[in-house]
Design a protein around this ligand. Structure first.
Ligand SMILES: Nc1ncnc2c1ncn2[C@@H]1O[C@H](COP(=O)(O)OP(=O)(O)OP(=O)(O)O)[C@@H](O)[C@H]1O
Length: 737
């Protein structure tokens, strides 16, 4: 039942700064605990709140606030309390008492209308009087802005961000073009802006709306990996989003092109539409690649001698292709090395490093993810960084949450003679652009990767486009070495890639197929494998065994499998604390994965006495860990990642974590696991392709077990149709020749 309570905020018990969720003690006729969304409210202020009483299992009776308004404090005691509460910096209880004693019931009026009179009070200078006035105004403005935005369901940090960005202009912008918010403020997308626009009464055919819808459609396409869209596809998608006709969309396309927000690229066959940012990125990448591609005059003999030394050192003989790679690396500014698992990429990189080292050259190594960089460090014996670290990522400012920039760029390039990047298939257009900007001409750049892996999560098809342009030196390694040839994981990966049948007779030591035709049976088999069969076989813990699945949804999708596997592998227990967040239960002992890059979050490594011995920042998309501790009172949980790194998450950051008993094959890119289980039964035909299966199989170091349907497995091997990605880099590179 809706009720109204009124009173003074005695004490703020808890506040989540992210979303404004607050627990406070309200002093009215009686003491009430109120919970709800109260950003920007201070102790000592007066509110009148609508809501209803609820019973919390631990904290007892609470008043759940749905909406509230500010009341001016009425009696002198309350005015004094408010002023002295700390709400206005520089005024403490003693000064508040003096102010109220002098101005009595006119106190607020004086502050607002004749603030200079405050300096009549001992202890307040003219400057301070001005400052009090400014703070008072700011608070009032911010508060009215908060209340205004609350009508549109914008609360917490987001509301503060909007007001901080626009100030008093906020009202005009909201009235005329709320779509501006989607462009200026991270955290507001087209949907939110459209929602605000509708409530404000902006018509569905407003020019601003159509333009914003087109830009949003391009943005959405980029989250599917596209760099541009063909015109008709863009129009059709925009029509569906905006529920509008083609004509106004065509018109606004032209307007956006004039404003230089989009670029139109005509080809003989089709017209492509880019967001301007991506268009220039693509163009610059193509140009920078050409600029780097310088020929060096290196004596073949020298190269051969060096290779010989390395061969003696490692007791191997390089294959012809590997030799070519070393010679090309020595003689060219740009080289691409590609090959599947076990084809000797690492061995080639190591020889290249030795060559340049002997030449006295500086060498830097990097890879796109933390895990890939770690692996590169292990296999080369030289420190490899993530590309982000290499480029010295910095945050622009505290209030611009997701805006990052790199210290290393064209003004301050990397100081090195040689740069080797591994796992290039995971590098998207943004990262490639940032990377190349930081490389000066004359640096030798060696890009290594497996072009048959799934393309990057972010937009673009960088590695493939560079190779297919046929404009640069590419060495393809395709021989599987003897050591690797003993592994059916590697042999089968190559067969899958070539569209050949693989043997499913289970005579292998590291590649198994268990035919099951029902989702629940498949789930039960997987549990048995993880709990009982595989740990001993691969000498690993159940946590090291990773289930990889093609989809998020469905009976064998990530979401359902995580629930089933959580229940089987980490069931609830008296001693295990859990927290439910957005319909997921996070429980102590759960396996979780960070699902976005967070460069700011800190980690610590502690000694057994609990003393921090090492600390740093950054947890990256794809990093997996275990929940060690959940604290319901402080609303935090602690996750332990690789190398005993402990990371403290507040509950409001739980969006960054997902259960990771099962993860999608897409998310597993760049990671390796001792053992992988693949449930393959049924799903969208487009998704079930060779590329996906190949990526999944190559994630396993020691053992792959496929559980499911052999027909579907064969279908995947036969299905060469990769999901289409619109990317124009290959063309841009060719155009510049
Ligand atoms: N020329 C060679 N002669 C003999 N063995 C080789 C040669 N080159 C590589 N190898 C061996 O083949 C195996 C695979 O090589 P390497 O690790 O370099 O391949 P890779 O392409 O990096 O593999 P992955 O992508 O799976 O890490 C290793 O055991 C390596 O020692």
């Amino acid at each position: 039942m809706a009720e109204v309570v009124e009173g003074c905020i005695e004490h703020i018990i808890f506040r989540n700064e992210e979303n404004g969720y607050t627990v406070l003690a309200l002093h009215g006729e009686e003491e009430i605990t109120c919970v709800g969304n109260f950003p920007y409210i201070s102790e000592g202020e007066f509110i009148k709140a609508n809501g209803s009483y609820t019973e919390h299992p631990i904290y007892g009776q609470q008043f759940l606030v749905e909406s509230y308004e500010m009341n001016e404090p009425e009696d002198l005691f309350s005015v004094e309390r408010y002023l002295g509460s700390g709400a206005i910096k520089g005024i403490g209880p003693a000064l508040a008492a003096r102010i109220v004693k002098k101005f009595k019931e006119n106190t607020f009026k004086i502050i607002e209308e004749e603030p200079e009179r405050l300096s009549e009070i001992k202890g307040i200078s003219e400057r301070m009087a001005k400052d009090i006035y400014r703070q008072f105004e700011e608070k009032r403005d911010m508060r009215s802005a908060m209340l205004f935005l609350q009508q549109y369901n914008i609360t917490g940090n987001l509301a503060v961000k909007i007001f901080t960005e626009y100030g008093q202009k906020m009202y005009d912008i909201l009235k005329v073009n709320p779509y501006q918010l989607a462009e200026d403020i991270s955290g507001i997308g087209f949907k939110t802006a459209d929602d605000i626009a509708r409530r404000i009464g902006i018509g569905p055919d407003s020019d601003y709306r159509i333009k914003a819808g087109i830009l949003y459609t391009l943005l959405q396409a980029s989250s599917d990996g596209h760099v541009y869209l063909p015109e008709m596809e863009l129009i059709n998608r925009s029509k569906a989003l905006l529920i509008a006709d083609e004509e106004p969309i065509q018109r606004q396309l032209m307007a956006l092109a004039i404003e230089k927000k989009i670029m139109i690229k005509d080809t003989p066959q089709e017209r492509y539409i880019y967001s301007s940012v991506f268009y220039y990125m693509e163009l610059n990448i193509a140009r920078m690649l050409h600029d780097l591609n310088i020929r060096y005059d290196i004596k073949q003999e020298l190269v051969l001698n060096r290779i010989k030394t390395v061969e003696e050192q490692f007791h191997i003989e390089l294959e012809q292709q590997q030799r070519t790679a070393v010679a090309e690396a020595a003689g060219n500014g740009l080289l691409i090395i590609t090959g599947g698992p076990g084809t000797g990429k690492t061995t080639t990189i190591n020889t290249i490093i030795k060559f340049f080292e002997a030449e006295g050259m500086e060498i830097l190594l990097a890879a796109p993810t933390g895990r890939a960089a770690k692996r590169m460090t292990e296999t080369t014996g030289y420190e490899a960084k993530t590309i982000h670290r290499l480029l010295e990522l910095t945050k622009l400012s505290e209030d611009q949450e997701n805006k990052y920039s790199f210290e290393r760029n064209e003004m301050n390039p990397l100081e090195t003679d040689v740069l080797i990047i591994d796992e290039m298939s995971m590098v998207d257009i943004n990262l490639m652009h940032a990377l190349l900007k930081a490389v000066s001409i004359g640096t030798r750049v060696i890009l290594v990767g497996d072009v048959n892996q799934l393309p990057s999560v972010g937009p673009g098809n960088i590695l493939k486009d560079i190779i297919e342009s046929h404009c640069f030196n590419v060495v393809m390694l395709n021989k599987i070495f003897r050591q690797s040839a003993g592994s059916d994981i590697i042999v089968n990966a190559h067969k899958i890639n070539a569209g050949e049948q693989i043997s499913l007779d289970n005579k292998s030591k590291d590649f198994f197929f268990l035919k099951r035709e029902e989702a629940n049976v498949i789930a039960a088999v997987m549990i048995n494998l993880i709990k009982n069969k595989l740990p001993n076989y691969v000498n690993a813990t159940p946590y090291d065994i990773q289930v990889l699945t093609p989809m998020r949804k469905g009976e064998l999708g990530v979401e359902r499998l995580n629930q089933i596997l959580q229940q089987a592998l980490n069931p609830p227990g008296k001693e295990k604390i859990e927290k439910e967040y957005h319909e997921t239960i996070y429980r102590e002992g759960d396996k979780v994965m960070q699902v976005k890059n967070n460069y700011q979050i800190t980690w610590e490594i502690k000694s057994k006495y609990g003393i921090t011995t090492q600390s740093g920042t950054g947890v990256f998309n794809g990093d997996a860990g275990i929940i060690r501790e959940i604290n319901l009172f402080s609303e935090h949980l602690i996750v332990e990642f690789d190398d005993n790194r402990l990371v403290d998450y507040s509950f409001s950051q739980l969006d960054e974590l997902e259960l990771a008993y099962a993860v999608t094959i897409h998310k597993s890119q760049g990671s390796e696991y001792p053992a992988v289980i693949l449930p393959i039964l049924d799903g969208p035909r487009l998704l079930f392709n060779r590329n996906l299966l190949y990526t999944a199989v190559t994630r396993a170091k020691n053992c792959v077990t496929i559980v499911g349907s052999d027909t579907m497995l064969q279908f995947m091997i036969d299905n060469k149709n990769e999901q289409n990605r619109y990317s124009g880099l290959c063309e841009r590179i060719k155009e510049l020749v």
